[in-house]
Write a protein that binds this ligand. Structure first.
Ligand SMILES: [Zn+2]
Length: 288
């Protein structure tokens, strides 16, 4: 079960991994906490009359196409996108938004889906949200709380029969080391690196925080599924610019030099050896 804040996050964060596991016969469910109502139109080609008015419907169509590209099932939790507050000082989060819903209420909603779907493995974001969007930070809090509560019969007794998931991971998509590997390749080829600005900005940020690779416990081989991940992303046509940074590095280069997606094992109820190459490592017929 991959828990995400907005439609499109399931494709940009761990998308190829879900495609691989679905392809290998696992039942994979993406849970999208909000409808992405406040996402702006980030693809100039889609900024046409009528699109904003139909945004809710369009987001649903895009999500269905993305799930089909990944080969996964998907469900909505029905909360409302908080939007990314911008400006100085930051504006307040709009009333009724997901980030303002009491933690207990949002957790119960996710616990209900966990008890119904019965996942062995859950993925979500780290405590910083992967990037500091209020819905992403809330997604982290709700996922951790649901992972802890779902197996406890005392918690949320009206939300179904208890089910205990075995492992919880954080997705780690923004690795500086990964970008450096590509930058070095461009240097060898004598060509300018298209994401140099991004890399410079990230290095400044990393002075305080360090590269996320220090926290990665698990690298899942999934290069074969990068084309499907990209198809899923492009399915979110209003939010994803097909000429944007995500597609700047040729697929062939990504598959050759960095054919994995990265995760951090945050909680486990089974024993496993770190580093891992499989989110299901340590889960056996006996303990599942
Ligand atoms: Zn998001």
């Amino acid at each position: 079960m991959a828990v995400h804040a907005h439609p499109d996050d399931e494709s940009s964060k761990g998308g190829a991994t879900t495609a691989r596991y679905a392809d290998e016969g696992h039942d994979v469910l993406v849970v999208t906490l909000t409808g992405g109502e406040r996402g702006s139109i980030l693809n100039p080609a889609m900024d046409t009359p009528g699109v904003l008015e139909r945004m809710d419907e369009i987001r649903r169509e895009e999500m269905a196409a993305a799930s089909a590209a990944l080969g996964v099932r998907q469900t909505w939790l029905g909360f409302v996108d908080s939007g990314l507050p911008e400006g100085d000082p930051l504006p307040p989060i709009p009333d009724g938004s997901f980030a303002l819903v009491p933690l207990e209420e949002a957790t119960e909603a996710l616990v209900r889906v966990v008890r119904e779907f019965k996942p062995h493995v859950m993925t979500t974001y780290d405590e910083m949200g992967g990037y500091p969007h209020p819905d992403h930070i809330r997604c982290h809090e709700v996922s951790v709380a649901a992972y802890e509560a779902a197996g406890d019969p005392e918690k949320f007794p009206d939300a179904g029969e208890p089910w205990t998931p075995l492992k919880l991971y954080y997705d780690h998509g923004f690795s500086i080391r990964r970008m450096e590997v590509f930058a070095e390749e461009y240097e060898k080829l004598g060509e300018p690196f298209p994401l140099q600005e991004w890399l410079d900005r990230s290095r400044k940020y990393a002075v305080e925080r360090g590269d996320i690779m220090a926290r990665v416990t698990t690298q899942v081989e999934c290069g074969k599924y990068f084309p499907r991940r990209d198809d899923a992303l492009r399915a979110h046509a209003t939010q994803v610019d097909p000429n944007g940074a995500f597609f700047a590095i040729p697929l062939e280069m990504q598959q050759r030099l960095w054919p994995t997606e990265e995760f951090e094992l945050a909680r486990t109820r089974v024993s496993t050896d770190i580093p891992e190459t499989d989110l299901f490592a340590g889960i056996t017929d006996e303990n599942r």
